[in-house]
Design a protein around this ligand. Structure first.
Ligand code: TYM
Length: 331
């Protein structure tokens, strides 16, 4: 049995990038393989300036959207990270395994801390230690595979390094996990700036398609997507980032090959229209189901409560073993 774990952090409304890069594969593939866990990793949302009421709202919304997208609590375990103490317990142990140099090298830390400093905000210590918590999320379940978008690769690599180091120093405790990515759309780019990732915590929304955007809003955003100076539709990440992004989105929505799709279009306008239709069709059932589920918060609470109970039972023995291995007296 392969153990699968992945998470999503409630720092903003979920985007098409989250969906194509991660969620859709969790629904279509990963949850059907035994032993998969998916978590709304709310502790990670506290690493930047936050509003408590908003984090609460977004956590509930993320859980609801994961169910709306098709996660089935009969097949997988869905839970909220902060409901399972083992994550924070293990995070400290992994902070004692990682070095500060290693954490300072993380690209997301460098980018986010620079952005915070530029806008005159202080940088929370947890932004630096975040990858140790993420490693704890993964290692607590003896995870084999971590299905994520491309932007998480470096964090999963660090997780592997920490697992290997801990096992070598203190005895075999953790499974060494590996990241898996979707064949296309592992990095969906912002429609207004196709050289940067479509990210839910970014300020401007014009280049970001949110899962709960109305159909006409989705169409408008796609039709206004920035394309490239050339005229022909070509698949080329370096030279044609805008068009290539649209081709990837289209390919992910339709299950086709992006290079093959490129050959079928003579103009940017025609491509954009079809991309808009494809995205609207993919998101429609998610929005409809989200509205139904959001009307029944008691059901969501029940799913999350059962999920946390199950997750706790799985994580506890591994985290206890790590505590003993590193030299802490059993309670
Ligand atoms: P987060 O919340 O930023 O994103 C959740 C998932 O969506 C993917 N993703 C994308 N994929 C393609 N294109 C995009 N533009 C795009 N934007 C986001 C992410 O790669 C991710 O798979 N640190 C993680 C959350 C986390 C986690 C974990 C993940 C915490 N602990 C343990 C896996 C295992 C994060 O910030 O994801």
């Amino acid at each position: 049995m392969k153990r699968i774990f992945s998470g999503i952090k409630p720092t903003g409304h979920l985007t098409l990038g989250n969906y194509l890069g991660a969620m859709r594969r969790w629904v279509e593939v990963d949850q059907h393989r035994s032993g998969s866990l998916f978590s709304v990793v709310d502790l990670h949302a506290l690493t930047i300036e936050h509003d408590p009421a908003r984090v609460r709202r977004l956590s509930r919304q993320a859980a609801t959207l994961l169910l709306a997208a098709g996660l089935d609590p009969e097949l997988c375990t869905l839970f909220v990270q902060s409901h399972v103490d083992e994550h924070a317990r293990l995070s400290y142990i992994l902070e004692c395994t990682a070095t500060d140099g290693e954490l300072r090298r993380m690209i997301q830390y460098k980018e986010k801390s620079a952005r915070a400093r530029e806008s005159g905000q202080s940088v929370r210590l947890s932004l630096l230690t975040y990858p140790a918590l993420m490693a704890a999320d993964i290692l607590a379940y003896r995870t084999d595979e971590v299905p994520v978008g491309e932007d998480q690769t470096q964090h999963v690599e660090l997780t592997r390094d920490l697992a290997v180091r801990f096992n070598q120093r203190y005895g075999h405790t953790f499974t060494v996990p590996r990241a898996t990515h979707p064949p296309v759309a592992a990095r969906v780019m912002d429609l207004q700036d196709p050289t940067s990732k479509m990210g839910k915590s970014h300020e401007a929304g014009a280049g970001i398609v949110y899962l709960l955007d109305e159909a006409d809003v989705v169409r408008k955003k796609v039709m206004r997507a920035v394309t490239d100076s050339g005229r022909d539709v070509a698949y080329d990440r370096e030279e044609r980032p805008g068009v290539t992004n649209l081709l990837e989105i289209m390919a992910a929505c339709t299950g086709r090959d992006p290079r093959e799709l490129a050959g079928e279009y003579g103009s940017y306008g025609a491509l954009k229209k079809d991309v808009a239709d494809a995205v609207v069709e993919v998101l429609r059932p998610v929005r409809v189901r989200h509205a139904e589920l959001a009307a029944d918060p008691a059901y969501i609470d029940e799913v999350l409560r059962k999920g946390a109970d199950r997750a706790r039972g799985m994580a506890r023995p591994t985290v206890d073993a790590a505590y003993r291995a590193i030299g802490l007296l059993p309670a």
